[in-house]
Design a protein around this ligand. Sequence first.
Ligand SMILES: C[S@@+](CC[C@H](N)C(=O)[O-])C[C@H]1O[C@@H](n2cnc3c(N)ncnc32)[C@H](O)[C@@H]1O
Length: 229
Amino acid sequence: MRADPPEFLRATRSSYDAIADDYADRFGDGLAGLPLERSLLTAFAELARTPGRAAGSTSPPVADLGCGPGYVTARLHRLGLPVFGVDLSPRMVSLAREAHPELRFHVGSMTALDLPTGTLGGIVALYSVIHIPDDHLTEVFTEFHRVLTPGAPVLLAFQSGDEDGGLHLDERFGHPVSLDYYWRSPATVVTHLTKAGLELTAQILREPTADEKRPRALLLARRPETAQD
Ligand SMILES: C[S@@+](CC[C@H](N)C(=O)[O-])C[C@H]1O[C@@H](n2cnc3c(N)ncnc32)[C@H](O)[C@@H]1O
């Protein structure tokens, strides 16, 4: 991350550092009871392995951005993908490394990835773009486009609904925090993806489970195979 990050990144990072241990205890196996998410990760893995895209002797790695405690990264690994996790919060990255010592995790921000252009075979970002303000979302997806190989898939999940909105929390798991959440309709997120040059593959809006308050959007997108004129 750049030496002088914007205030929203500093606030998000220090907030997740404060709550990382509690978050990992609460969501350590966050995919339990979420068959749609698990099946979309399987579909993502298949898309990331598509012959022709992964040409050459080794498949390009995929990144789990905003990986938190690393359980999604671990699932992508079990699905056979070369994968690493990136998270803004150093404490989250420590917990992910402790839980999954066989995998690679780095501290970084999806707003400015420390990765060469055109080198990723896919990006998963589950419940992490919810902390990106509206005026930075196209820029984040432009960064995704930059680091992806042509044709590479993107899987996003976020709390959603018909209308855009949000929430500011000053307390989470009993810790003082300063966390902004941005709720967006799938249409709003698709607009930002399109502006960044990514194209939508599929979208699902599912009802909340008994543990959730809001509907969840799951979007599959990709970097087009060829440049769009
Ligand atoms: C709600 S948690 C989701 C974690 C995990 N993906 C999951 O589904 O359980 C949001 C995570 O995104 C990370 N995050 C927020 N903004 C980020 C950014 N700009 N770059 C990388 N990670 C970010 C937070 O540190 C936190 O670990």
